[in-house]
Design a protein around this ligand. Sequence first.
Ligand SMILES: [Zn+2]
Ligand SMILES: [Zn+2]
Length: 158
Amino acid sequence: MSWYAALAVVLVTVVAMEFVAWGSHKYIMHGWGWGWHQSHHEPRHGRFEKNDLFAVVFAVLAIVLIGYGRLHAPVLAAIGAGMTLYGLLYFCVHDGLVHQRWPWRFVPRSGYLKRLYQAHRLHHAVPTRENCVGFSFLYAPPVHQLKDELRRLDSVRR
Ligand SMILES: [Zn+2]
Ligand SMILES: [Zn+2]
């Protein structure tokens, strides 16, 4: 496999992972995986939360793909590398930027990072499994769109 083919697979995987993460967040974490994810919608006690186990599952999967792929199928190793890169970006945006799980404080005041920040804050506007909006992580829909959706869900509930 040439290096540029490998690079292309890595980049496509990063984009695909955003869809995978969005889908797992909406249908698994806010579905049958709520038992782990609930901890992320409640105040955290200590350094870790049960929800971190999802990251562990994805990390193990990436390690297996890289380990097996290096020996038998380079394309799988490239997919594993793409998953790892996505994991890093996800950690910086979600755990770092939005949830401040790193030692410095930086709240973006403008541009796309601000939109990302606000969009995920709106996801946490609802502490329950149902009626949440904004399930994506690296992509953020316009904030007003999420606010409208929240209002609509809220009026349906009443
Ligand atoms: Zn959630
Ligand atoms: Zn969050």
